[in-house]
Each structure stands twice: as C-alpha cells, then as structure tokens.
Ligand binder design. Structure first.
Ligand code: NFS
Length: 671
C-alpha cells in the first residue's frame, strides 16, 4: 500500500529537483524522496536502541531498565551502535586517504600514468614539517618519503599518528592526558569493532572514550592525509568560477556525470575530456563535445580545482538520470545509491562502477587502476560517447547558478594578507572587533526525511544576517551554491553590516566553499591557525565557532562530528538522533545523549547535540558564539557599530561637498 506522499515543494526547495520529481512521477518511477514516504523509519533502531550484534537477539529495548538477553543496558547498546557508525565513517574517509597515499607513492616512482605533482610548495612545506629532508632534493624524492610516512600511519601500532602533530599544542596535551591520541588510523577502527563484539566493552563511557580516539584518527589522520595529497597531486584550491545544479547538463553534448568521492579518477576524466581526439570522437557521433559534471563530493573535488560544474548534491543523483540526458554516470566510492542501476534501466544511461571496492548489480564495471588512469578514463569516455545515439526523450531543468568555490586554508591565508604578508591576522581582528560575530561551519549531507536543501540554506541565511561568517563543505556547500550564497554579491545583500564590510573589503562571498567532506580537515587546520595567530584563546574550544550538519544521514557525518567535538567544537546535527534519550528516563544510568553533550564538553570543551528545529539550531549557535566571545573578554556583538565603512560609507562621503568630505575623512584642519 502506498502511504501519503508529500508534494514536490515539500520534497525540495530546489525548483530543478521539484521538476525532476514530477517527471519521475509522470514516468511512474520512484526516487529516494518517494521511497522515504513509503518506508516508515523504525523508532527503536533510529534511536540506537536495537542491538543485533549477536544472534540471541535482535534485542529491541523500549523501556527504562530493560536489558538485552546478555544483560546489555540501553546506554551500552546506544554507545556500541554509535561507535560502530563512527568507526565505519572513519574507515571510509581513511581508506580514501590510504588510496591517495598509494597514488602519491606511484607518482613518485613514475608508475602512475598521467599524474604529476602540481603543488610542489605544499609538498615541501608538509615534508619539512615532518622532518623529511627537502633541500637539494627533487619533488619526486620528497614525495616518495612523504608517501611512505603517510602509508605507515594507517598500520602504525604504537606512538601517535604523525599528522595529529598539526593540532594546537594545548589540544595535543589534552589528548595525551585523556589517552585519546590515536596510535594508528586502522588500529583505532579495528579496536572499535573488537570492543563492540558480544561480551567485550560494556561501559558506555569507556566505549565512547574510544569513539573519540577513533574519530581523531579520521579527522587528524585519514581525512587530513587525503586532503594533503589531493592538494599536492591536483593543486591546492584557489577561487575559480563554477556553476551548480541540473541545468549544467547540455542537450547537445555527451553528458558524463562523475559521482562519489575520489579525485583520482575524476581528475583523469577531466584531462581525457579535454583531449582533442576524444572531442573529435564525440563530434563524430553528432554531439557538440563532451560535457563533464559532478555529483556529491567528487563534484566538489573537481569543482574546487578545475571549475567543472556540479550537477547537484546527494539527493540529485537520481534526478540527474531522470533528465534522460546523461550518457554515463561514473561512480567510485561512497554515497552512491543502489537505486541508480534500476533507475537507469528506464533510460539509456550507463552506470559505470570503477572502484575495486564498489560494484552494483546491473551496472557496468570498468575497474580503475591509478597506474593506467588516463587509458581507463578514455575507455570510460568512449563508452559514454558510443551511448549518445541511444538517447530518448530528454528534459533538463533550466536551473543553474554561478559560484566561486576554492577557499582552501592556504588561500584564506593568502587572501587576507597577500603574498608577502599572508596571515590570519585580519580574520582574527575582524572577529575580535565584532565585525564578524563568529564562524559557523555548515557541512554534510542531504536527507530525504527532511525537505531537500531547506535546513542547510535556512540556517545559513539566518546566521549571515547575524554577521556569522560561514564555511561549508560537502553537499551543504552545493545547496548554498544553488541558492547563490557562494557569490560575492551575497556578501552585499544577504549579510549583516559587519560581515558586509569584510566581504566588501576582501572581495569574498560570505559563505566560503572549502571542498569535499574529507576536506573538513581544512576546517581543523584553519581553526588551528586562528588559535596560533593569537587573540582568540590558546585552543580551538575558545574560538567563537560552531559546526552544523543540518541534513546529515551518513556514518561519515558522525565521525566528522565526533572529531570536531574532540577538537573542541560545538557540533549541532539536524534530523534523527541516533542516541535519543528516553525523555524522563532517570535511574542513574549514563544516558548517552546527555553524555556526548555535557560529558564530552567537560572533557574536550566541545559537545555533540541533535536538534531538529531550525530556529533552535540558530539560537544555540548564536548563544554559543556569544558565550565564547564573552569568555575571551571580547566586546559583545553590536551590529549598530558597523556598516559605516566600506562601499556604503564611501558613497555617503562622495555625496558631501569637498570640504565636508575631507573633514569627515581626516578631521578638521588644524587652525
Ligand atoms: Ni559527506 Fe560527500 Fe554528501 Fe554526505 Fe555523502 S557526498 S562525504 S557523506 S551525502 S556530504
């Protein structure tokens, strides 16, 4: 029986998405939106109170005091479920990082066709940071040593994951005292799984202690390594003009959509798509050329570096196929819906899986191997071009928006001070003066249980009006891109008076796109530099900043949230709460929901909370920022103090007679 369905407007705020949802309905096809209506979520599992780690159960706990067959309490079960999700998320990010490290090793040894080292400066800076000799050595020699060092971090058994050394001094000391400094990336993930096997760790606090260690191994380990190497091989992002939304698909070109997370193959597809021979081949089948675009974080990777347009975020992967205009959707790892294969059967679209780790029944598998990347990329493009003639009816929504992404840590440093005095000083000063009230990182997924893109963009819009500078990654960044928030103009008419002055002066959008989800590591290093610059405390937990994942759905999001908390941040997640408390449940039990908020805050200065309501997310964010400002002894936020400089002020002055203008600018001349 079909349940009551929402309207297209209730499914998404994006007109392009609405149009494709209607088309799906007309064609009698389902999407994640309609399937979410038909599938009632399980409240017990959703709250993490169902235990199925052994075959005595599954034990579904619903009442206070109830235990599983083995005696496990609700708290233990919730903590175990949470750490398993975090471990899975950490594994996904970190395995991506491992893949990058192997690619770097292959490039260093001339075994990777088509790749070069694009950012030698970043390679040298990082290598020197870790004590790898750089003077008088060729980039490939240095890269070989750095690759070995990074590869070793995954299987390291003792000591400290080397990239965590880039955290603030005080934070590292805290992690050592708490015993949560990760020893090796893989070791912590494996231990999470071991501890949650039947009959192992039963103390929720002890389990969650290891969740922190596992997550730090992701954020400051696997993810940071992935970002570092992507920058070294493909270039550290800097602002570039791009476009987003389904309207980037072209009706007269071969449309190839790359979807997933790794830049290794997609970068080669970019290169192959610009090869004159491939373009000629596309023309030979009657197309005007090859049009490449991306979905999810693969989109972010090539958007940030090459300006390749993003066709959409997580909930638009099916919608891209519904246009009928996609010759091939090339997927690698993570966030790829199995439904793609079935949906594509109704069109000519070829779903091409490429990772040795990811196959989908019904899809074509062309396995990627970094040693022959360019050859494989061309082979994939050829499949797409050959498929052009099979196109049927197409309907491409006329919706696309410009954006300027590419705000890496390095670029933010540069843009604020220029080449010769690159610095975070102006940013710190702006926060200290109150022009920027604080910073919010809005990251993470889409979730069809809530209105697509609504929470992301609504939270962003409300915070901008309050002079909160926003940094974004992942699908949240694509949501903002589609709304025009990633343009300089947004810094003029969508923000409060103080932030407007900053955006005008520096010439930046008020929402800075920092990359893919793995690139949340950039937010960690930015916060570290903000601390190092001085004036905003001596550790991340003192900075007036908040992290939000309003539409989260993936296990990776939980890992990200946890490493941000461990780093000192307040993190607010929207949507469902995987450790929901039982209301008035008392009984002296730990209550996981309470522990990851108040308990973690006591230990790490950061806390994790699940909040459903948009106004409440904004309220808590502003409260937290204001509290941190007060703790630092900074002036209370007062928008009335600003808005009298920048372009607005100049225009006002222009209107004055010369003498008055001079007096206003330089004071009355001395008598
Ligand atoms: Ni992040 Fe990127 Fe998107 Fe969520 Fe998936 S694509 S890694 S997990 S859905 S933001």
């Amino acid at each position: 029986m079909t349940k009551k369905r929402r309207t297209p407007e209730e499914y998404s705020i994006d007109p392009a998405a609405q149009e494709m949802i209607i088309r799906a309905d007309e064609l009698g096809l389902t999407t994640a939106f309609t399937r979410a209506d038909d599938m009632a979520p399980c409240n017990i599992g959703g709250a993490g109170m169902c235990c199925k780690i052994c075959s005595m159960g599954p034990c579904r706990l619903t009442k206070d005091g109830q235990t599983g067959i083995c005696g496990a309490t609700i708290d233990t079960i919730q903590a175990r479920n949470l750490i398993r999700a975090i471990a899975s998320g950490a594994a996904a990010h970190s395995d991506h990082g491992r893949g990058m490290a192997f690619t770097l090793k292959a490039v260093a040894n001339d075994e990777a066709e088509g790749y070069v080292i694009r950012d030698v400066a970043k390679l040298r800076i990082l290598a020197a940071d870790y004590g790898i000799p750089i003077e008088g050595r060729a980039p490939k020699e240095i890269a070989n040593d750095l690759a070995d060092l990074y590869i070793a971090q995954f299987g390291q058994q003792h000591g400290e994951v080397v990239s965590a050394s880039r955290a603030p001094e005080k934070r590292k000391q805290l992690w050592r005292e708490q015993g949560v400094m990760p020893r090796g990336v893989d070791r912590e993930i494996v231990e999470s799984l071991h501890r949650t096997h039947i009959g192992d760790d039963q103390d929720p606090v002890h389990i969650l202690h290891h969740a922190i260690r596992t997550a730090i191994g992701d954020g400051w380990g696997g993810s940071l390594i992935a970002t570092d190497i992507s920058d070294i091989l493909f270039g550290t992002p800097a602002p570039i003009l791009g476009q987003a939304n389904l309207g980037v698909l072209k009706d007269d070109m071969v449309n190839v959509v790359v979807h997933g997370h790794e830049p290794t193959l997609s970068e080669m597809i970019v290169a192959a798509s610009q090869d004159p021979e491939m373009i000629e081949y596309a023309k030979s089948v009657g197309a005007k050329g090859i049009n490449l675009s991306g979905i999810c974080c693969t989109a972010n990777e090539i958007l940030m570096r090459q300006g390749i347009p993003a066709a959409g975020n997580f909930l638009q992967q099916e919608l891209a196929i519904l246009t009928g205009a996609v010759e091939a959707m090339v997927v690698d790892i993570q966030c790829i819906m199995q439904a793609l294969a079935g949906l594509a059967e109704n069109f000519h679209t070829q779903i091409i899986t490429t990772s040795p780790k990811v196959k989908i029944k019904g899809a074509t598998h062309i396995e990627f191997d970094e040693h022959h990347a360019l050859t494989i990329a061309k082979k994939i493009l050829k499949v797409a071009i050959d498929n052009y003639k099979n196109r049927g009816d197409i309907q491409i929504p006329d919706a696309r928006e410009d954006l300027v992404p590419g705000f890496s840590h390095e670029y933010i440093n540069y843009m604020l001070g220029g080449s010769y005095r690159a610095s975070f000083r102006p940013l710190n000063d702006a926060i200290m003066s109150g022009r920027i009230r604080g910073v919010a990182a809005i990251v993470g997924c889409n979730n069809p249980r809530s209105q697509h893109d609504y929470l992301h963009t609504k939270v962003a819009e409300e915070l901008l009006k309050q002079d909160v500078l926003i940094v974004e990654t992942g699908c949240g960044a694509i949501a903002s891109a589609k709304m025009g928030h990633l343009l300089g103009e947004a810094g003029l008419d969508k923000v409060g008076p103080g932030l407007r002055e900053i955006c005008e002066t520096v010439g930046i959008p008020p929402v800075l796109h920092m990359g893919s989800c793995v690139d949340n590591s950039r937010i960690l290093t930015v916060l570290t530099q903000v601390v190092a610059e001085g004036g905003l405390g001596d550790d991340i937990d003192q900075v007036p900043a908040v992290g939000l994942a309003p539409e989260w759905m993936s296990e990776k999001a939980l890992s990200i949230a946890t490493y941000c908390v461990a780093s000192g941040a307040y993190v607010i997640m929207g949507g469902s709460n995987p450790v929901e408390g039982m209301g008035d449940r008392v009984s002296g039990s730990t209550d996981v929901e309470h522990y990851i908020s108040a308990g973690w805050e006591e230990l790490y200065g950061g806390k994790l909370e699940f909040v459903n309501e948009v106004d409440e997310m904004v309220r808590r964010t502003l409260d937290h920022i204001d509290k941190k400002r007060a703790n630092l002894g900074l002036p209370a936020y007062d928008p009335a103090k600003f808005g009298q400089s920048g372009d607005a002020r100049m225009m006002e002055l222009e209107a004055l007679p010369l003498k008055e203008r001079q007096a206003a600018l330089y004071g009355e001349p001395a008598k």
